[in-house]
Design a protein around this ligand. Sequence first.
Ligand SMILES: *Cc1c(COP(=O)(O)O)cnc(C)c1O
Length: 400
Amino acid sequence: MKLNQGYRHLQNSYFFSSIVKKTEDYRAQDPKADIIRLGVGDVSIPLCPAVVHAMQQAVQEMGRKGTFHGYGPEQGYDFLRSAIRGYYRRYGVRLEMDEIFVSDGANSDLGNILDLFDRDNTVLIPNPVYPVYEDTNIMAGRKILYMHASEQNGFLPLPDKSIQADIIYLCSPGNPTGAVYSRAQLEKWVDYANDMGAIIIFDAAYESFIATPDLPHSIFEIRGAKTCAIEICSLSKTAGFTGTRCGYTVVPRRLVREGLELRRMWLRRQTTKFNGVSYIVQRGAEAVFSPEGIEQTRSAIAYYRENGRIIKNALEELGIWHVGGEHSPYVWLKCPSGMGSWAYFEYLLHTCHIVSTPGAGFGSSGEGYLRLSSFAGRDDTVRAMERFIQKGIPGQSAGQ
Ligand SMILES: *Cc1c(COP(=O)(O)O)cnc(C)c1O
């Protein structure tokens, strides 16, 4: 018996449990402190009425002979895939129905898609980034190269032709930084991947937060992407589905390597190892793309975006360098006075009673930075930023 040794090399779970532990320790020390959580990457607004109504109807159908549904199509019901296809058309992207795969969320597919690739591939991952890309590849024992993201490149690393990579992860709008690739920047990535024969795994979990028409929502808005990219998307942040679970992955027909169509491989993988998402959830997901659903989810996103604006205003007032917050629920800031991520995390917890996320948890290049989230309620966000403006910079308080 031999275990997967990759699990010995994982580190991140330790990091996130430290945030919880430090917060609990502080609460024990100062039980009356009104602690506000701006660290979480989870939504707070409930499912919108269009989704709730659709799911209630679907439950009724499931309880009646004649409208009951057993196993569904492995790729997802036509009604949902057709709604997703219609959504992509808004951004000028034409997809075939068989290129769309409904999933139970982005994380599952981010891990499962690696089934298609040999262990002997080199993976290129931005640093800092969403930890799942790194962890899933460590579990698989794959070689990982990191691309340094920094203030100099706006936390949007671009391809370096001297680096040979096979699988490239891009997340735009980015978690944790909130930075968004422009069309011209994504063109560089698509050209690089096509030249190298590499495959881009594009995580579009935050596409619905994009606020201006000039920024791409999908990698497939870029010419040439259909021969080098897989897009993974989720309704978690778009429509508050973190607890309901639904997403979708696009594998284009033209994505072919070694004579094999990756779309066919993925279909084969899914029909063997996945039996699809529940009918009830797929009806709820379909409602997200209805005119009412789009309007209702957009208003939830506008609420988060306003929180983001409040956070950014506070940072501007204090002259703290930051990105994100506009097309993303995250604001990524540089810790003042040259403090490290953990030191500033503790300072904010003890002084302002704000829980944040230390940037170092997303990779070594995140050291010295911090992530604030706009997913909290308005009142909490406003109160937190009032305290932040007063005492956010060590050794300095407002009015001095
Ligand atoms: C939240 C998040 C996901 C996870 O999505 P699920 O559909 O809930 O699994 C994927 N990618 C990024 C970058 C995220 O922040």
